[in-house]
Ligand binder design. Structure first.
Ligand SMILES: [Zn+2]
Length: 317
């Protein structure tokens, strides 16, 4: 239970951040911040997640300078903007964020920023709405990047937005997108081929939180998770016990932990499966809401999706 003190502290922080936000909006409205020269002559883009940072670097190439707010292993569902982040957003020429409530605790910030004369791209809003899953008929599932075709749509939206902002380099951004599209098609084929190595009855992906529905839908895996689509919710013991029954009945060999979610819920699940007389191993760590790092050869979106596919297939085949 949260103490009254903690709630008060949180409220104070919210008020402070709102004041900082208003301060920056005033500065920008007065033209003070806009006069700040670009140190590199490049377009300043501020992004939220590591996936988007990678994407904008690829599409923007040497014409952009990208600042990502979230680092590797950071959970976007729980991320709150700091005063420094608000400054980075206020100073950007172009802002790119995931939308679909991915950055759930930053909604206010984006709303306030939208009152400014600034290019703000909500990539989630560019997707075909019929393809976006709704949970309980209303909340969108934001993990669209794991469907490589939806990611391609978002990549195109970034190229279009940069081309609008910087019309003289419009063709350059579109060419970068076309090159990236070829790589994404190769990635799609790679993942499809690898998933085929898993016997059809074993194509079940059990993870810590519900980030892989789009991936499962595209590549033919049944997806189950302990936690819902946002990590911002408590794990019920009923969830664990239902899932443990499912795993025991279906004889599933492995479950997966995620780089941006604490491992304790998966460990609780392992115990519950054991209590039903079955063993389940941890098949490895998947990247869900953040890319991996260079050391693990997963510092880009393409490498991350490949690494996930390899981890899944090697544990389930
Ligand atoms: Zn997530």
């Amino acid at each position: 239970m949260k103490s009254k003190n903690a709630i008060e502290k949180k409220m104070n922080l919210t008020i402070i951040l709102s004041l900082i936000m208003i301060f920056f909006i005033m500065l920008i409205s007065c033209g003070k911040l806009k006069e700040k020269p670009h140190s590199t002559g490049k377009i300043r883009v501020t992004t939220t997640t590591t996936m988007l940072t990678d994407l904008v670097k690829i599409i923007g190439g040497d014409k952009v300078e990208v600042t990502g707010l979230m680092g590797e292993g950071v959970d976007p569902h729980l991320y709150s903007a700091s005063a420094g982040d608000i400054e980075k957003l206020a100073n950007a020429d172009v802002i790119v964020y995931g939308g679909l409530h991915l950055e759930g605790k930053m909604t206010d910030v984006f709303e306030k920023l939208s009152t400014l004369d600034k290019a703000i791209l909500n990539v989630g809003s560019k997707l075909d709405k019929r393809k976006v899953h709704l949970i309980d008929g209303k909340t969108p599932d934001p993990h669209v990047w794991f469907n490589t075709e939806m990611w391609e749509t978002e990549a195109r939206a970034v190229a279009v937005e940069l081309g609008k902002f910087d019309a003289k380099n419009k063709d350059y951004y579109m060419k970068n997108f076309e090159n990236y599209k070829i790589q994404l098609d190769e990635l799609t084929n790679y993942v499809k081929k690898r998933i085929e190595e898993i016997p059809p009855k074993s194509r079940v992906l059990v993870t810590a939180h519900d980030a892989f529905n789009y991936f499962g839908e595209q590549f033919g895996l049944e997806v189950r998770a302990i936690q819902g689509v946002s990590t911002d919710s408590e794990t019920g013991t009923k969830n664990i016990s239902d899932l443990a029954n499912f795993i025991a009945e279906r004889n599933i060999k492995a479950v997966f932990v995620e780089s941006s979610v604490p491992k304790k819920s998966i460990e609780a699940l392992q115990e519950a499966v054991k209590a039903r007389g079955k063993e389940i191993k941890i098949g490895g760590e998947l990247y869900s809401d953040s890319l991996g790092d260079k050391q693990h050869n997963a510092e880009t979106y393409i490498k991350t999706v490949k690494a996930n596919a390899d981890t899944i297939v090697n544990a389930l085949k």
